[in-house]
Ligand binder design. Sequence first.
Ligand SMILES: Cc1c2[nH]c(c1CCC(=O)O)Cc1[nH]c(c(CCC(=O)O)c1C)Cc1[nH]c(c(CCC(=O)O)c1C)Cc1[nH]c(c(C)c1CCC(=O)O)C2
Length: 343
Amino acid sequence: MAEKTILRALNGEVLPTPPVWMMRQAGRYLPEYRATRAQAGDFLSLCYNPELAAEVTLQPIRRYGFDAAILFADILLLPQALGADLWFVTGEGPRLSTTTTPADFAKLKTKDDIHDTLAPIYETVGILSRELPNETTLIGFAGAPWTVATYMIAGQGTKDQGPAHALKSQDRETFSKIIDLLTVSTIEYLSKQVEAGAEVVKLFDSWAGSLKGDDFQDFAVEPTRKIIAELKARFPQLPVIAFPREAGEGYIGFHEKTGADCVALDNSITPEWGAANVQIAGCVQGNLAPHHMVTGGQALVDETRHVVEAFKNGPHIFNLGHGITPDADPENVALMVETIRNG
Ligand SMILES: Cc1c2[nH]c(c1CCC(=O)O)Cc1[nH]c(c(CCC(=O)O)c1C)Cc1[nH]c(c(CCC(=O)O)c1C)Cc1[nH]c(c(C)c1CCC(=O)O)C2
């Protein structure tokens, strides 16, 4: 039987205390992260510097003793490896060269040509698998194809993913080709992470909630199912976490439809709803609202206890419902961890 708490929960075990980690746990709310990022120069230079990327991954483990470390990288490194230009505008977010026409698509590389660009990421994974404490699980990740496609098509983050929805209806062929290229490339990218030492992988589908009806099946469920099926063919023991953020009713049956071992829940659903409708099918991860890491106090303690209590009868990994924000207070994170572990 697996020893590490995260692997035990992913294997379906119900633990007396849920293991815990946080999305974006290595991030700007930590002064030591800001210092290392300044040393690297900027965010992308940090992602591609294996020593420093490993250092920021380890910082929250040292501070809080989280049960898992997530590789420090970004979901947009894959489109960059496929040939898109990528840069970050401070205070605004990512920008990419757009892929919207057959000619744009034809310029992209193939799934077999991504590894030169991504080699430093695999090196970071290798360093982490050697340096992490024995009890800490190493999580690799990628964006799910739909979410990554929304950025490639719009060239930036969008509120409603309008440009991706438009391409989907106006040039279905090009849109589908982008999704398919991302699907096969993600399989190769995650396989290399696993070979380098990732013990679990997570697929971030941050914009799954904007896919409705058949689109949710075709572009959130199906690419995720294909990626998981091929990864499990290659690595039969590999646990996979899927995060179809704001899927709502779409969360129901997501384990069975995709083969995910764990489904991560966001804050748009209550823990009770998640337990009754999603955890019945397997492990869930979540779902404390990230604002508690800013506001703290008794509400943080009460809500942390509420989440633990609601999920206590099934396999559960404690996490936030989305990434911790830069304005969070590191003391509040300590209070959350203390509350989970000591009641
Ligand atoms: C949509 C998306 C992106 N990146 C990611 C998603 C999906 C999850 C989600 O919905 O949050 C995922 C991601 N981004 C990052 C990680 C590393 C692992 C982790 O800490 O969870 C992961 C898993 C680091 C990061 N990725 C980014 C930062 C902040 C960069 C900085 O230091 O300035 C970090 C730590 C930048 C980023 N990267 C992206 C955006 C939109 C931004 C800008 C927004 C922001 O500033 O928070 C794309």
